[in-house]
Design a binder for this molecule. Structure first.
Ligand SMILES: C[S@@+](CC[C@H](N)C(=O)[O-])C[C@H]1O[C@@H](n2cnc3c(N)ncnc32)[C@H](O)[C@@H]1O
Length: 428
């Protein structure tokens, strides 16, 4: 990926990876922001699992301050355990503020009564470093330390110290322009308005959240979202009606691409089931209410919108709202040196293709997209892992990697922990 330093880099669809990285580093300055990030990570990585205190089970040793954030020594050891069922089978390593927080899993044979392990990590920003030990019985124990250090993810692995200090925290990609395209006008309008006037967007969004909060009975906050689901459903009838009312208002407003529609959308994205954007055949947003009384930390939300706005402006991101094929024909073809990242709707041969909107992105469009990839010199694309894509890569000089992720978007609890295989392919 040497050629990543191109004159112009074009991101296609909703690819905001570098923006997110910068946002994390910015957010790392604030404790509340760091806490909110862990809350999100915990939910994504460990769902409802109870992470008990690791005291007496696992001990983590880290420096308080890391002079070389690209090379931070950490170690952990478990106490000698007597009961076979308590033996540790896996240790997960999570670094909250790193661009890829889930940093690794160590798997152990099932009959080891004590583990001691030392390694080195990279640290992108001030962050909690966590080790989460999984026992044979299925219990989870966590130890966490806060480590001060930054810039380690962008720094060379063992470069000279002066250079590392000089460049610490400055993660930069040399790009002239970033174009971001998605056919979904709501998403693009939201980004544009956040870029232009995040304060007004927030002000209206805050009003909607405050009104929503009033519909939640105090007692509901004490209940558990899965264990007390039925009781919550009874208590949150008014909140559900409020959500549905916002949904109707949004569907009437959404083609106006207004500040009002953006604020309504931010509310819906916060409270819809699984955070998924779904439209019916008429093009109306139709994701149901999530039946959770979780109200977001509004101060964090404001900080987040501010960060996005700063990133969109500083990185001069230009937004487009058109079909991908027209985007490639009309916008990209005119550009000279580009890197195209394409994150299309994923092909799903098992259950029929994903429908994000009323226009179907079927197998035919997927094949057409592959033909377009051939026209560009620098391309990255992702999709579900299928032989079709593997063959395409082999025939067209693309390198690729098979990756796995949890199925967190699944509507069914039982399939959410299943692993989904994806392809990440590139040609540079
Ligand atoms: C897999 S998602 C990518 C989302 C994004 N990269 C992210 O991480 O949030 C696919 C995106 O493709 C968009 N899309 C669907 N059909 C499209 C088309 N014909 N042209 C452009 N974008 C399309 C959808 O609106 C959706 O946001």
């Amino acid at each position: 990926m040497q050629k990543i330093f191109l004159n112009i880099v074009l991101f296609f669809f909703l690819s905001i990876t570098s923006a997110l990285e910068a946002e994390q580093a910015y957010c790392a300055k604030y404790e509340e922001c760091r806490e909110a990030r862990w809350t999100d990570l915990k939910k994504t990585l460990f769902e409802d699992i109870d992470l008990k205190s690791g005291e007496g089970i696992i001990e983590l040793t880290t420096p308080e301050r890391a002079p070389d954030a690209a090379f931070v020594p950490i170690s952990f050891k478990t106490h000698k355990l007597k009961n076979q069922d308590d033996f540790i089978t896996k240790v997960h390593l999570v670094i909250d503020m790193n661009p890829s927080p889930y940093s690794g899993t160590f798997k152990f044979a099932t009959n080891i009564d004590q583990i001691e392990l030392a390694t080195r990590i990279r640290l992108d920003a001030y962050s909690k470093v966590r080790v989460i030990a999984e026992t044979k019985k299925g219990d989870y124990f966590m130890a966490a330390n806060f480590v001060r250090g930054s810039g380690g993810c962008a720094a060379p692995p063992l470069g000279d110290l002066d250079n590392m200090i000089a460049t610490a925290g400055k993660m930069k990609i040399k790009v002239k322009k970033i174009y971001l395209n998605d056919i979904n006008n709501t998403i693009i309008t939201t980004y544009k308005l956040i870029k232009e006037d995040y304060k007004s967007v927030y002000k209206r969004y805050e009003e909607i959240e405050i009104e929503y909060n009033k519909t939640i009975p105090e007692v509901a906050f004490k209940l558990h979202k899965t264990k007390d689901k039925q009781e919550l459903k009874e208590l949150l009838q008014e909140s559900r009606d409020y959500y549905n009312n916002i949904k109707s208002q949004f569907n009437k407003e959404k083609d106006k691409n207004s500040l009002e529609s953006t604020a309504l959308f931010l509310f819906l994205a916060q409270h819809c089931f699984n955070g998924v954007y779904r439209e019916n055949g008429k093009g109306e947003f139709n994701t149901p209410y999530n039946w959770e009384c979780g109200v977001p930390n509004l101060k964090n939300k404001l900080e987040l919108l501010k960060s996005y706005s700063r990133i969109f402006n500083e990185m001069h991101i230009e937004f487009f709202n058109t079909d991908c094929f027209s985007f490639m024909e009309e916008v990209l073809e005119k550009e000279d040196k580009i890197l195209l990242y394409c994150d299309p709707p994923y092909l799903n041969l098992e259950i029929g293709e994903n429908k994000y909107n009323k226009e179907h992105f079927g197998k035919h469009q997927q094949l057409e997209l592959l033909n377009y990839y051939k026209r560009f010199n620098n391309v990255v694309f992702s999709n579900h892992f299928y032989e079709l894509f593997e063959n395409f890569c082999n025939e067209n000089n693309f390198k690729y990697k098979k990756c796995y992720r949890k199925n967190i978007m699944s509507s069914k609890n039982e399939t959410r922990s299943e692993k989904i295989s994806e392809i990440l392919a590139y040609k540079c």
